[in-house]
Design a protein around this ligand. Structure first.
Ligand code: ATR
Length: 281
């Protein structure tokens, strides 16, 4: 039996997902394909989705920008994560029923905790700062909240957007909202600092969202930007003695969760981290 997976979104011709999933399939000794199904926003989304519904051989698909919300009315059910976030990036076709998941959020936390496993025992004591309040920040905030982190502050240029994210928090979680300047002046408070915006991404590689002047010893500084692999933000953090966490690992782990949902199997992705770095460089 050959498995069929797809990615929908626009534009997605340069997506790394086919590369990642084809490797997962081969590592798991499974026959299958992972194809790009680019849906031009000028064309009918509904028509494309109906074509996919009629394809009984399709085992699952990933959803990326701009369809993570738009896909929801076509799904039969949503997992808790996707429901809270109101965004879906993975769909499982289970006996003709489409189930929506969000693995961006859980994938980020799994990537971070795989790199720094001691965090799993320290979730309640760690003070986290998220920089940015877009879709990525929203996913990471909920992922951390679900995992059991209870002190998660958000700093954003537009603080109203950060407040909207904080409304998603569970009962135990405390969140302060800060301006970027306030965050910059209070960095010593944080054990984990996560940059979630596109600032510093090629071609704006000379930009950083804030200056990392005084930071805690042993702080973990994470940047979800992965082109370049090591952003200026991460370089500055490393020069100040911080432990760093690269953005491309989020890509791998959100894909791994999706693969596990679709196949019920996991694969060892240890050396894929370096392989992916080479593909990106
Ligand atoms: P995504 O869905 O990929 O996270 P997004 O929804 O466009 O992208 O969100 C981008 C985030 O980056 C926002 O928090 C945005 O700040 P605002 O909410 O104030 O718009 C932030 N951002 C983008 N460019 C920025 C810049 N030059 N300086 C500071 N923040 C920036």
């Amino acid at each position: 039996m050959s498995l069929q997976f797809q990615l929908i979104g626009y534009p997605i011709q340069h997506s790394l997902s086919p590369w990642i999933h084809e490797r997962f399939l081969s590592k798991a000794n499974l026959q299958g394909t992972y194809e790009i199904n680019e849906i031009d926003p000028q064309h009918s989304f509904e028509e494309k989705i109906m074509e996919m519904k009629n394809n009984k051989e399709l085992n699952g698909f990933n959803v990326t920008v701009p369809y993570k919300q738009k896909i929801i009315p076509y799904l039969d059910s949503l997992d808790k994560n996707a429901k809270t976030l109101g965004a879906v990036n993975t769909v499982l076709n289970k006996d003709g029923k489409w189930i929506g998941y969000n693995t961006d959020s859980t994938g980020y936390v799994r990537a971070l905790e795989t790199k720094y496993p001691e965090l799993t025992k320290e979730r309640k004591s760690k003070h986290v700062l998220i920089l940015g309040a877009g879709g990525a920040a929203r996913g990471i905030y909920c992922g951390l909240d679900f995992a059991g982190y209870v002190n998660i502050d958000i700093a954003n240029r537009t603080t109203e957007k950060a407040w909207e994210i904080a409304e998603l928090r569970s009962e135990l979680t405390n969140t302060d909202i800060l301006t970027l300047k306030e965050a910059e002046n209070n960095l010593l408070k944080y054990d984990i600092i996560i940059q979630t915006t596109s600032v510093g991404m090629k071609p704006t590689t000379e930009n950083t969202i804030i200056h990392l002047n005084s930071i805690k010893k042993d702080v973990i500084v994470s940047d979800i930007v992965y082109q370049p692999i090591k952003t200026k933000f991460l370089k500055e953090a490393e020069n100040l003695g911080a432990r760093i966490h690269y953005g491309h690992t989020m890509l791998l782990y959100q894909a791994l969760y999706a693969f596990e949902i679709w196949t019920g199997l996991s694969v060892d992705i240890n050396n894929m981290d370096e392989e992916l770095q080479q593909v990106l460089e």
